[in-house]
Design a protein around this ligand. Structure first.
Ligand SMILES: Nc1nc2c(ncn2[C@@H]2O[C@H](COP(=O)(O)OP(=O)(O)OP(=O)(O)O)[C@@H](O)[C@H]2O)c(=O)[nH]1
Length: 321
């Protein structure tokens, strides 16, 4: 960063500076005339480790990385073009500018020390207004960025907890949630049941009709679950062709009637191939387990799995407790 003269002796006009374009007061003109103009070569840092200063780009452009402690850069870069400024917040806070500022092309900058900015704020009418306008714009832009990031975070979180093929919750969701649901049920003395479902002879279905038809059958089964459950129930893809339904507030008797409904609807569901022709119907075996004293989420899952095994042994397309 090299000093090349003063603003008063430069070819630039105050009308080109966003913050000062309405400040035609003689005191402001005089004060700015004595401020330094510096040159920063392309790619070089604007070194400002200890000082609060306002920089106004006169020519070229600056890249400003987010205003966070050194070493914790979050990837946000703002470009500052001629007429625009950087460092207002540091000046108002009277603290060093923590942003990493560098020139993206050979640039000339007007440098205003923080004491002078404060003096001009006291003496000028137009500068405080321009500063307020600028800060309000910055706050709105920062809020919009935060909202975008939050939405993106929610999107990725959802993505990580859902099975991409069927759209049901996945095993990661179950690992995170089942323990909590079971703990809440135990604490409140409320019932909770699981229905473990395994599609029957699915290997044969795949081998006969192809893996893509198998995928379609899995989606059909997932749709059956989704359509038949209450909004407070949860359907999870537990493994390949295994699904799990979590039924909070549900005892064994009601769980049995839910499983019967699912079994019936699955048997009746039509799976279409890619030519929209119906394929043979699929069926499932169902194992039910209901929370009881001494069970936790793992033993409850084991109980549902054991019940499913019994349903398979009993000939499939059936339900076992
Ligand atoms: N198309 C498709 N097939 C899958 C997927 N995940 C698992 N499978 C298949 O599901 C089949 C499961 O086979 P098995 O575990 O032998 O069970 P099964 O043939 O259904 O027999 P039973 O459960 O005893 O009735 C395997 O062929 C897997 O390849 C998937 O995402 N898509």
């Amino acid at each position: 960063m090299e000093t090349i003269g003063t603003f008063g002796a430069s070819r630039y006009s105050i009308r080109d500076l966003q913050l000062f374009c309405e400040s035609d007061e003689p005191a402001v003109l005089d004060a700015l005339a004595g401020c330094e103009v510096v040159r920063v070569a392309k790619g070089c840092r604007v070194e400002d480790p200890f000082l609060a200063r306002l920089y106004i780009v006169l020519s070229g452009a600056l890249a400003v990385e987010s205003d966070v402690p050194v070493g914790i850069h979050d990837g946000t870069v703002t470009l500052i073009h001629p007429g625009e400024s950087v460092g207002e917040q540091a000046v108002l806070d009277e603290s060093p500018n923590l942003s990493r500022i560098s020139a993206v092309e050979d640039s000339e900058l007007l440098v205003i020390e923080h004491e002078l900015v404060w003096r001009l704020i006291d003496e000028s009418v137009a500068l405080p207004r321009a500063l307020l306008r600028l800060l309000s714009f910055r706050v709105r832009a920062a809020n919009a960025l935060l909202r975008r990031r939050q939405r993106l975070g929610e999107f990725y979180r959802e993505l990580s907890l859902n099975d991409p093929l069927t759209g049901l919750y996945n095993r990661a969701w179950l690992n995170e949630m089942l323990g909590k649901l079971v703990a809440r049920a135990c604490q409140d003395g409320r019932p909770l049941s699981l229905v473990m479902i395994d599609l029957d002879h699915f290997k044969k279905f795949n081998d006969t009709h192809g893996h893509l038809a198998g995928d379609t059958a899995l989606c059909t089964a997932a749709n059956v679950l989704r359509a038949a459950l209450r909004p407070t129930d949860f359907a999870v893809r537990y493994g390949g062709e295994e699904m799990l339904v979590v039924l909070p507030e549900t005892g064994g008797k009601v769980a049995l009637s839910v499983a019967e409904r699912l079994c019936r609807r699955l048997r009746a569901a039509v799976v279409f191939d890619d030519m929209r022709l119906p394929l043979p119907h699929i069926t499932g075996s169902f194992g039910i387990a209901t929370l009881a004293p001494g069970l936790d989420e793992n033993t409850l899952l084991e109980a549902a799995d054991a019940a499913l095994y019994r349903a398979k042994q009993a000939g499939r397309d059936t339900i076992s407790l």
